[in-house]
Design a protein around this ligand. Structure first.
Ligand SMILES: *Cc1c(COP(=O)(O)O)cnc(C)c1O
Length: 352
């Protein structure tokens, strides 16, 4: 019945999210969720909001939340845009800031939603190969382009690009919008937010899904100079004026204000990551250096897909990407609790 579809929809290759299994009792290390719950203050705020009137629309501009995010980062509220998950923020950035004549640039191995947005919005793009050690080489981006986007740390490799390199990228690309997707920056990298004041073309995006343990609330945001934020608002108000419901606005504000809490759960995840990497290396895995809440690892003697399937039989779910071929030997494993790491290492010991 696809004769009813538009040409754009016929041409789409949609993003495939990691599985959300309905079975309980699985050790779920496949979608980079935080193993710890959100701040108790988030639950309080959401409960209090539930007692208020759901009859009324939420604040279309999320003013209180944007003020809270601005205070946390030391920027002005008109430098903050919020959306229904950072995926929505990114989608608006593609349409508002990255759709130009020239192709945009992103790494060949990166967040697989970027080419999907290019398909949806009919944006030309060129994939720039990572180095043999899966690093972004900034010099490769000093060519005419319609914009640049990548996550830092990158996904699914976990590798971090130093802030000095991002500054060099910005200096060499004064006329292109550069989007740095900091979905995982709270797990060990230097943020580019402090560069926003000096670089009118820089947009930094963040999510509460990973470091704040709020994947279910769907809140993400962007920080940039007001002219970039205005472009995002123009798209938002041409699509959905109320992307964040009352619960999301109240819960996200409580989480940002309780930064001591989310910083403490990030520190726990980072400590577990160190242990997990050591354990994997002992089993013969090669693990890329990770600044994220996941690791990217391969075993010289074992096939990635086969290992993922064998773990699944032992009720442990990790993520495996068949494409591109260069990463098919790897597993992307979310850092869970210490107990989950121990269970994973025990299972791998039996397999490797
Ligand atoms: C998880 C993730 C996102 C999306 O986060 P949401 O806020 O949950 O939509 C964006 N970019 C990267 C690189 C991610 O890994």
């Amino acid at each position: 019945m696809s004769q009813y579809w538009s040409a754009v929809v016929r041409g789409l290759t949609p993003y495939v999210p990691g599985e959300q299994p309905k079975l309980a009792k699985l050790i779920k290390l496949n979608t980079n969720e935080n193993p710890y719950g959100p701040s108790p203050k988030v639950l309080e705020a959401v409960r209090a909001e539930a007692a208020e009137s759901l009859r009324l629309y939420p604040d279309p501009n999320s003013d209180r939340l944007r003020a809270g995010i601005a205070a946390y980062h030391g920027v002005a509220p008109d430098q903050v845009f919020v959306g229904n998950g950072s995926d929505e923020v990114l989608a608006h950035a593609f349409l508002a800031l990255l759709k130009h004549e020239r192709p945009i640039l992103f790494p060949d191995i990166t967040y697989s939603f970027y080419p999907v947005y290019c398909g949806l919005y009919e944006i030309a793009h060129r994939a720039v190969p990572l180095t043999d050690t899966f690093e972004i080489r900034v010099d490769d981006y000093f060519v005419p382009n319609g914009g640049i986007i990548f996550p830092n740390p990158n996904a699914p490799t976990g590798r971090l690009l130093a802030r000095a390199e991002i500054e060099r990228l910005l200096a060499g690309n004064p006329d292109s919008v550069v989007v740095i997707d900091e979905a995982y920056i709270d797990f060990g990298g230097e943020s580019a937010v402090c560069l926003v004041a000096r670089h009118p073309q820089l947009l930094v995006t963040r999510t509460l899904s990973k470091s704040h343990a709020l994947a279910g609330l769907r809140v993400g945001y962007a920080i940039g100079q007001p002219h970039l934020i205005e472009a995002l608002n123009r798209v938002k108000d041409s699509f959905n004026s109320y992307p964040l419901d009352r619960f999301a606005q109240a819960g996200a504000l409580a989480s940002v204000e309780d930064h001591a809490y989310f910083e403490s759960i990030c520190a726990k995840v980072v400590a577990t990551r160190t242990q997990l990497v050591a354990g994997m290396e002992q089993l013969g895995f090669e693990v890329l250096p990770s600044a994220a809440n996941f690791i990217f690892a391969r075993h010289p003697a074992h096939d990635g897909a086969a290992l993922a399937a064998a773990l699944r039989e032992r009720s442990i779910i990790v993520r495996h990407f068949r494409n591109p071929a260069r990463i098919s030997p790897f597993l992307r494993i979310t850092v869970g609790t210490d107990a989950e790491s121990d269970a994973l290492l025990t299972a791998l010991k039996a397999l490797c």
